[in-house]
Design a protein around this ligand. Structure first.
Ligand code: FES
Length: 111
């Protein structure tokens, strides 16, 4: 199977714990990866509030990750805040077998 060259293997599904984020640094980008109810999500790890690299450590609740510093909430699937306001960059995820790939996309300032 040909996988888009922009997809980078970061880990296996088994490396991720349910509802616990994991931090990756890929091409100088901070990425927070979550496994929630069998789905894998990849978001920027940098909270737009104070530019802190702590999203991976956030609490998972109702399809959202809550920043541990001051409680800003971001949708796991889109990275958006309430009302569709932009929040965190969301990275496409591809699963092949047990391997987890993330598509690195152009960095954009998402706040
Ligand atoms: S640093 Fe994330 S809410 Fe303040």
């Amino acid at each position: 199977m040909l996988i888009d060259k922009q997809f980078i293997k970061i880990c296996t599904i088994d490396d991720l714990k349910e509802n616990l984020g994991k931090r990756f640094i890929i091409d100088n980008s901070e990425i927070a990866v979550f496994k929630v109810e069998g789905e894998i999500y990849a978001l920027s790890n940098i909270c737009p509030h104070q530019k802190s690299a702590i999203i991976f450590d956030g609490l998972i609740e109702c399809g959202k990750v809550i920043c541990p510093a001051h409680g800003w909430e971001f949708d796991l699937a889109t990275g958006n805040q309430a009302g569709g306001r932009r929040g965190l960059t969301s990275y496409p995820v591809f699963i092949h077998g047990r391997d987890v790939y993330i598509k690195m996309i152009e960095k954009d300032i998402n706040w």
